[in-house]
Write a protein that binds this ligand. Structure first.
Ligand SMILES: NC(=O)c1ccc[n+]([C@@H]2O[C@H](COP(=O)([O-])OP(=O)(O)OC[C@H]3O[C@@H](n4cnc5c(N)ncnc54)[C@H](OP(=O)(O)O)[C@@H]3O)[C@@H](O)[C@H]2O)c1
Length: 247
């Protein structure tokens, strides 16, 4: 069984990915901003058969029992601090995959978006993903692991009022493409989900002034299934890009 680090683990898609990977018996390192919410999630996941939870101890895998679920609070709006936080926690020696699922979105016309709006999108959605990947590369190389970026349909086309988010996601695709070419031993995947029923989508609908009905959108568990399917692809092949849209 492998070890996977998930950013945005407290979010809709990240939590669903964590649940699927836990069900398959993998060890998890869950990251998000709130230590309390991470602890709640780890406790919930830990209720699975034979699972154990352990907070803030990356790299000290337990010997007995089922999958270990560990947590580390990381604020991706401060990418310069990520290295110190990881060093404090003890970086994993070996990592079978990282799933970059954290993200933020604030809609607005270019006329309305201020520098801080742009910095927030680019920092959390792009710069932190690049910096975290850099810091985890030794562990990923050791396992010939997977780097999976949860992108967005907005990373492929920018609609009115979506400029900052779309630009951050277009940049994330470029990050993935360069990394894939630089690190041939790793598998690098970009997943482009369409609108998915999570708190982010509820927020988007509110920002659009439109009602939110989760049944109108993709189920995060379906998107997670696509993500885990890419991670589980046999080693003779790599899934480079997948688009998944609500149907
Ligand atoms: N939902 C959609 O319709 C949709 C469509 C296409 C793509 N996506 C992408 O899918 C990914 C997951 O989104 P989701 O729908 O699951 O959204 P979500 O439920 O709102 O979850 C977002 C996650 O990002 C984390 N996050 C936000 N700011 C952070 C920060 N500064 N530092 C650390 N973590 C931070 C949140 O952690 P906290 O718990 O600390 O807030 C949360 O875990 C995102 O990259 C999003 O862009 C979503």
């Amino acid at each position: 069984m492998g070890t996977y680090l998930i950013t945005g683990a407290t979010g809709g898609i990240g939590t669903a990915v964590a649940g699927l990977l836990r069900d398959r018996g993998h060890d998890l390192i869950l990251t998000g901003r709130s230590a309390d919410r991470l602890a709640d999630l780890a406790a919930t996941l830990g209720k699975g058969a034979h699972a154990r939870t352990q907070a803030f101890h990356i790299g000290s895998a337990g010997a007995a029992g089922g999958p270990a679920v560990r947590t580390i609070a990381l604020d991706l709006s401060e990418p310069r601090r990520l290295e110190a936080v990881l060093v404090d926690a003890g970086p994993p020696a070996r990592l079978d995959g990282v799933v970059h699922a954290a993200g933020v979105v604030h809609l607005g016309a270019v006329e309305e978006l201020e520098a801080d709006d742009w910095l927030d999108h680019l920092t959390v959605n792009l710069v932190a993903a690049a910096e975290l990947t850099r810091l985890l590369l030794p562990a990923l190389r050791a396992a010939r692991g997977d780097v999976l970026f949860v992108n967005s349909g907005a990373g492929l086309r920018a609609n009115p009022r979506w400029s900052a988010y779309a630009a951050s996601k277009a940049g994330l695709r470029s990050l993935a493409d360069s990394l894939r070419a630089e690190e041939p031993e790793l598998r690098v995947t970009t997943v482009f989900p369409g609108r998915t029923a999570t708190s982010m989508q509820a927020s988007v609908r509110a920002q659009e002034g439109r009602p939110y009905d989760p049944s109108d959108f993709a189920d995060p568990r379906t998107v997670a299934g696509v993500i885990v399917g890419a991670l589980e692809t046999p080693g003779d092949s790599a899934v480079t890009e997948i688009t998944v849209r609500p149907h």
